[in-house]
Design a protein around this ligand. Structure first.
Ligand code: ADP
Ligand code: MG
Length: 292
C-alpha cells in the first residue's frame, strides 16, 4: 500500500481505538479469511457469576466453605466468581494449604486435613476422583445450558457441582454476522468444555468450535488452521492467548487485555468491543484497494 493509504487507514482506525502496530498489519488485515475468537473475556464479558450450587453427599454450607477456601488462592476468573459468591453468604472462612493450580483443568489444596479439588471432569479423572451418576447428570444439564460446570471433590470423590455463567457481550452476535457478510469464517477457541462452548457458539452463529484446549495447545490449533490453507486472525485477551496471537497471521489483542497480549499483537482494540474486528478488517481492505 502507498504510505498515504496506510496513513489514512491507521488514522481511521485510531479514531475508534483500533491500533495497527505497523503497515504490514493493515495489509494482512485485508487478506484474513478466518477469525478465531477466544471465548472468555472476548466473546463473553469475562465477568462470570455463580448460577448453580448443587451439593451431592454434603451440605451446601460445607461445600461452599471448602470451594471458597481453595479458590481464594487462585487467580482464575472462575475462582474469583466462586469466592465472590461464597463471601456473599454466611459460610465460615476456612484456610487452604498446599494450593496447586493445574493449568486449564482446575485447582487443588488441603482444607481441614482433607484433599479438596475443583475443576472439570479431566481433573477428576487425573486425580482418580469418582463422580456419581447424579452429579454427572447435573453437570451435563448445566453445560448444555451454556454455563460452565465445575466439580468440587473431597478426598476420592466429587461431592458437588458449581455452575458459573459468563454473559456474552451485546455485540458478539452482530460481530459474527458482519464477518460472515465479509466472507470470513468464524471459530471459537476455548479451554471450556465442549457442550458449554457449543451452546454459546450456536447462539452466536459461530461456524467452528475448538473446545477443551489446554492453554499451551492454543497456538497449535491456530497453526493447524493455517496448514489447512486459512489466513488466520486470532483475537484474545489473556496471557494464555499470547502464543496463539503470535502464531496467527494477524494477532488481535482486545480491550483490557493483559500486557503480554498487547505486546504480542499486531493489532490492538482499545475498546472491549468485538465489533471492532470486522471494522478493522474492512479498514485493511479499503487501504489495499486505494493502493491499486
Ligand atoms: P478459557 O480458555 O475459557 O479461558 P481455561 O483454560 O482458563 O479457560 O480453563 C479451562 C477449564 O479448566 C475451565 O472451564 C474449568 O473447568 C477448569 N478450571 C481451570 N482453573 C480452575 C479453577 N481455579 N477452578 C475451577 N475450575 C478451573
Ligand atoms: Mg481467556
Amino acid at each position: 500500500a502507498t504510505p498515504t493509504a496506510i496513513m489514512v487507514g491507521s488514522g481511521l482506525g485510531a479514531k475508534r481505538g483500533i491500533l495497527f502496530k505497523n503497515a504490514t498489519a493493515i495489509e494482512t488485515s485485508a487478506r484474513i479469511d478466518t477469525v478465531v475468537f477466544d471465548k472468555t473475556g472476548t466473546l463473553t464479558k469475562g465477568e462470570p457469576e455463580v448460577t448453580d450450587v448443587v451439593p451431592g453427599d454434603i451440605d451446601e454450607e460445607r461445600l461452599l466453605a471448602l470451594a471458597g477456601a481453595v479458590e481464594r488462592e487462585s487467580e482464575h476468573p472462575l475462582a474469583q466468581a466462586i469466592v465472590r459468591h461464597v463471601e456473599g453468604t454466611q459460610v465460615p472462612k476456612l484456610r487452604a494449604t498446599g494450593f496447586r493450580n493445574v493449568t486449564g483443568i482446575g485447582a487443588l489444596a488441603e482444607v481441614d486435613g482433607q484433599k479438596v479439588a475443583i475443576g472439570n471432569r479431566r481433573l477428576m479423572e487425573s486425580e482418580g476422583m469418582s463422580v456419581s451418576e447424579h452429579l454427572g447428570a447435573r453437570r451435563d444439564e448445566i453445560a448444555n445450558g451454556g454455563r460452565t460446570a465445575v466439580f468440587v471433590a473431597v478426598d476420592d470423590r466429587a461431592v458437588g457441582v458449581i455452575g458459573i455463567a459468563d454473559a456474552v457481550r451485546e455485540t458478539s452476535a452482530a460481530t459474527v454476522t458482519a464477518l460472515h457478510e465479509a466472507g470470513v469464517r468464524v471459530a471459537m477457541l476455548t479451554g471450556d468444555n465442549r457442550a458449554t462452548a457449543e451452546r454459546i457458539a450456536e447462539e452466536l452463529g459461530i461456524d467452528d468450535v475448538i473446545a477443551e484446549v489446554l492453554p499451551e495447545d492454543k497456538a497449535t490449533k491456530v497453526v493447524e488452521l493455517q496448514q489447512a490453507g486459512r489466513r488466520v486472525a486470532m483475537v484474545g485477551d489473556g496471557v494464555n492467548d499470547a502464543p496463539a496471537l503470535a502464531a496467527a497471521d494477524l494477532g488481535i489483542a482486545i480491550g483490557s487485555g493483559t500486557d503480554v497480549a498487547i505486546e504480542t499483537a499486531d493489532l490492538v482494540l482499545m475498546r472491549a468491543d468485538p465489533l471492532d474486528v470486522p471494522i478493522a478488517l474492512a479498514i485493511g481492505r479499503g487501504t489495499l484497494r486505494k493502493m491499486r
